[in-house]
Design a protein around this ligand. Sequence first.
Ligand code: NA7
Length: 531
Amino acid sequence: TKSSTDIDVDVLVVGAGVTGIEQLHRALEAGFSARLLEAGDGVGGVWYWNRYPGARLDSESYTYGYLFSEELFKGWEWQERFAGQPENERYFNYAVDTLNLRQHITFGARVTAAEFDESSGTWLVRASDGTEVRTRFLIAATGVLSIPVFPNVPGRNDFRGIQHHTGLWPDDPVDFRGKRVAVIGTGSSGVQVIPAVAGEVASLTVYQRTPNWCTPLGNEPIDARQQAELKSGFEQLRETLDESVSGFLHQLQETNAFDVPEAERRAFYEKMWTSPGFSKVISHYADVLNDPTANADWCEFMSGKIREIVEDPATAEKLIPKDHGWAGKRPPFTTDYFEVYNDPKVSLVDLRETPITRVTESGIETTDGLREFDIIVWASGFDFGTGALNRMGIRGRDGLALEEYWSDGPHTFAGVMAHGFPNFFFPAGPHGAAGNNPRYGGDQVQFVDELIRYARDHEYTAVEVPEQVEDAWNRMVAEMSVYSSFGDSSYFYGTNIEGKPKAFLLNPAGRPKLREALGEVLESKYQGFLG
Ligand code: NA7
């Protein structure tokens, strides 16, 4: 074993997405030697991998990007309220180049193993390209939606046409013109790709298992006046976001649904229907997520909208969710989604009626027969929260495997550290966020940055979260998760993955609680963390 003096870098960051870029920048600013390993060939994380047509933010762009530097904020003008994938990818390249980070990043290096050495307090990290790095601090900024999953159906590899998962989309554009196309999955990704390609294809067949409460995204260009307002309002923007439970600008409502007369409620629903992005969750009636009657009333309104838009009544009924209410699953926000079903080229296969039996070399077979395709788009989701971390070969104290320690679900402090894994951090990890992710991730990145600087400055070689501090956070997650609107069928419980333990994977208390928990540790001068 190399001694602690043999380290290659002080800080090794894994993942060049929104979180890893900021962490690398902070480490270098703090005077650490630092390096970043990235599995892909470019920066941007989810905005590098999810390059399918229609991929777009549903957080307001200017609340999603970096806010730690006013200069960086002012140097970039977002073109749209909800930026598309190309703009997001450009933005992260802008950040990396402006902050001078590129020379510290190794691309094409997927971490496959990382072992903690107790005697030196260091990690030995190995990557798929043969890279081997010994580091003091290992920071996995590997994201919560970075491991794509495919349905467990036989024959997927037999298909002779083109097939891609939305989360592993190739660099070279896929030509949809005149093609017979299948899309499997109607979550946020599926309902973005469907209207984006419908105009080009010869035919489009949508395979839906669970319909979702899709509502209009409300995207629009950001005009010059707004650009100026954003720039002059930087401090205020940051303050409002810091106080928000979910990391969004949208403000909570105090009124309950049945506090107001029917006509007023209808008018409010009309306004909500077109209200941008997550304002439809956050700025809705105060009781919409926790009073089933209020929730059902809004769902009834949305059902009416779907029946109005979709001309074929049988198709409309299939598109209306029956087994979950508003925000019972993660609601997708869309542009012209339901409208697409009025195009005679587009058809809907209800997998509840006719499940997929297999994929063949020419297409997809369901219990009612075979349909042939040129292209299959798998919009079938991700191993959320723990997927990437559990696959990295993380071995902590006494060889403890992270995936073992988490075999019944994640155990974390504030979604960023785990007991038994000294000098290891996973900002923006499971239990950390529930809303506009980069805002929570930013809090955790800052926490990690301050903690490792403190450790260095006070000559501690290892930092670790004490068991009772971790336990308190896990208890909070378990207790508060019962108030979450998300049901068991939501991927936030991991139930979309066969064999994955059912455990709540978000931070159910919101951002102020996260900031409070991190702040208390900082204030206590890391009591119990330093060794
Ligand atoms: P999601 O939201 O997990 O959606 C996956 C979709 O794929 C969903 O409609 C699933 O139906 C469907 N699916 C998954 N497995 C199967 C099988 N075996 N058969 C049929 N259909 C299946 O992933 P997205 O990529 O859309 O969105 C992920 C997040 O990215 C999103 O929430 C944003 O935060 C950004 P199901 O509902 O399970 O019946």
